[in-house]
Design a protein. Structure first.
Length: 69
């Protein structure tokens, strides 16, 4: 389940003026940084998968192949 975070700039600015921290755990920017990081990582994975599909490579990392040591 994907959680959408609404970033209300005016509310963030109001809380910042009242003394709340911008960064760190529980900071005002933490939800935005989390959402941005997750979106970037998801795009990176999708890009790699799309490149493999376009090159005709099968998905061999599905956990069903025998491992060689």
């Amino acid at each position: 389940m994907e959680e959408k975070i609404e970033f209300d700039f005016d509310e963030i600015l109001k809380e910042f003026r009242n003394g709340k921290r911008l960064t760190g755990k529980g900071g005002l920017l933490a939800p935005l940084i989390k959402q941005l990081t997750e979106a970037a990582l998801e795009a990176k994975v999708e890009s790699h998968i799309a490149n493999d599909v376009l090159k005709g490579k099968p998905n061999i990392r599905n956990g069903f192949n025998k491992k060689n040591y």
